[in-house]
Design a protein around this ligand. Structure first.
Ligand code: NAD
Length: 242
């Protein structure tokens, strides 16, 4: 299957779910720009991706999405490096395992800024670039925690509910322009994040990040009359419909 998408920005593309989405795209000829906080991780990820002789171009931008001006700066730089933008993947995020009573104002602000404010303004600044694309697409990596509340994850849950909430409005606002806005809501993916947040989960039952990148690829290669607003993705071991 093919997609007309040629240029993509993936936040948090140097590791975890973001890295595997990036790998899938570059293997299939899509030029990417990956953004993250850590320059070494970005360089290592780029090196790893370019080991594939068939890889498309890989650009990196070191940026801290907690900073107020970061979304605007990142979209401008990525758009210039890629020569346009067809796809924005809002993947970067942090988790916090702390009871509501113990969560500090600083922790609340940080998680809301990275998980909700940054994607909001990344979408806002990406829209003018996406309007010049023939296949404008936004993919939000939310979470099952954006639909359910989990103990000791109230701030994370609030940030992912916020992401989901503004995405529902955005999808309606831009639908008439042909801009496709998808949300993926996974739970329990085997990355550094889950290792720290849910050490109680059985490693062998976690979702492999390549399973998420395969679903992203399915979405991108099926731009027909059927549209997916949100995909709920649970661990097979978890109770159905929970
Ligand atoms: P991860 O910790 O491996 O990767 C997170 C990425 O976000 C890293 O590349 C990191 O550099 C980037 N990032 C974090 N803070 C940043 C900042 N201030 N500025 C720029 N980049 C920043 O985690 P992951 O599991 O790959 O998570 C990716 C996304 O998937 C997150 O939004 C997470 O909430 C979501 N998610 C993960 C799971 C899971 O079980 N792992 C489940 C549901 C949703």
């Amino acid at each position: 299957m093919k997609t007309e998408i040629q240029r993509a920005l993936i936040t948090g593309g140097s590791r975890g779910i973001g890295f595997h989405i990036t790998k899938k795209l570059t293997e299939n000829g899509i030029d990417v720009c990956i953004a993250g906080r850590d320059g070494t991780s970005l360089r290592e990820a780029k090196g790893q991706l370019l080991q594939n002789p068939l890889s498309a171009q890989v650009h990196t931008i070191q940026i801290d999405l907690e900073q107020t001006d970061a979304p605007q700066q990142l979209i401008r730089e990525a758009g210039e490096k890629l020569g346009g933008l067809d796809l924005l993947v809002n993947n970067a995020g942090i988790c916090l395992n702390r009871s509501l009573e113990e969560t500090s104002l600083k922790e609340w602000d940080r998680i809301m800024h990275i998980n909700a404010r940054a994607p909001y303004f990344l979408c806002q600044h990406a829209l003018p670039w996406l309007r010049d694309s023939s296949v404008p697409t936004i993919i939000q990596i939310a979470s099952v925690v954006g639909h359910n509340g989990y103990e000791s994850q109230s701030a994370y849950a609030a940030s992912k509910h916020a992401l989901l909430g503004f995405t529902k409005s955005l999808a309606k606002e831009v639908q008439h322009e042909g801009i496709r806005v998808y949300t993926l809501s996974p739970g329990g993916v085997a990355t550094e994040m889950i290792g720290a947040a849910r050490p109680d989960l059985d490693d062998s039952a976690l979702i492999d990040p390549t399973e998420i990148s395969d679903l992203v690829w399915y979405i991108l290669t099926h731009r027909g009359n059927a549209m997916i607003d949100n995909l709920m993705i649970r661990r097979a071991a978890k109770t159905a419909w929970s």
